[in-house]
Design a binder for this molecule. Structure first.
Ligand code: MF3
Ligand code: CO
Length: 256
């Protein structure tokens, strides 16, 4: 079942989203050559706790941190490390979650470290653009599958990049991951996982839309630490995510 929330609950989602947007903005300003991903994690945790909120990822499946920090060929779920030091030309995907008054919000940005290649720029822009294409015209009673269709149409129509298929967006609320599963592409074969695609989004539901886009192959694998997801060919990957409230006639992005 796709859960829906009342006005008061959605206001908590909005407030949490604002804290998360501010945290991401502070992280963006903090990203520079020489900083470690663990330092970024500490900056995010301190800020979120200072607002009276909690890091939403901490404790999730035993996860011990506030952010996921994934550098270059690392696509998602990079674990913050004191010995992972950013350098000029890197790109870093920072994914963060906030829990405020019992409600979770989830958002991610890929950030340039100093001057980056044209290709890296294109990748970051296209990933962000695919999100905004996905929410264009989205509203209550839209089909879940419309989101992946729009993301795929944009990426295929405008780039030679590929869409990661092994991970997806999701409903969000009291938990970080709830129904429905929101894939970012159009499946070529019918399998069980895709039954959510025909479901319609009810007014008052909250979802996290999160395209993950690779320069090269769409294939990814989980690294030796059991968490970090890296591209199959070692080429760059970008991630862009926001928490979105579905309303009658429109959607509201709460983490911008
Ligand atoms: N941000 C991820 C998502 O978008 C969840 C993070 S998994 C965690 O779904 F373990 F790091 F929390
Ligand atoms: Co998410």
């Amino acid at each position: 079942m796709i859960k829906t929330y009342n006005k008061e609950q959605l206001d908590y989602v909005r407030e949490g989203g604002k804290i998360l947007a501010q945290a991401l903005s502070i992280l963006k300003d903090s990203v520079k050559p020489g900083i470690s991903t663990m330092e970024l994690d500490k900056i995010a945790e301190d800020f979120i706790r200072a607002q009276g909120a909690e890091p939403a990822f901490m404790g999730y499946n035993g996860y011990k941190h506030t952010i996921c920090a994934s550098v270059n060929e690392e696509a998602i779920h990079g674990i913050p490390r004191t010995d992972k030091i950013l350098k000029e030309g890197d790109i870093i995907s920072v994914d963060c979650g906030v829990k405020w008054k019992g409600f979770c919000t989830d958002a991610a940005r890929t950030i340039a470290v100093g001057k980056i290649s044209d290709e890296a720029h294109k990748l970051i822009d296209a990933t962000e653009q695919s999100f905004f294409q996905a929410i264009k015209g989205l509203k209550a009673m839209s089909k879940v599958g419309d989101i992946g269709t729009r993301i795929e149409n944009y990426i295929k129509g405008n780039t030679n990049f590929s869409i990661i298929e092994k991970f997806c967006g999701h409903g969000i609320g009291e938990e970080v991951h709830q129904e429905p599963r929101i894939i970012n592409y159009v499946p070529k074969v019918k399998i069980n996982l895709h039954t959510d695609l025909r479901k319609r989004l009810p007014a008052g539901c909250v979802i996290a839309i999160e395209p993950m886009i690779n320069v090269g192959t769409k294939d990814v694998k989980v690294g030796d630490d059991g968490w970090t997801v890296v591209t199959g060919d070692g080429k760059l990957s970008a991630h862009y995510e926001n928490t979105v409230i579905v309303l009658e006639g429109c959607v509201e992005v709460v983490t911008l």
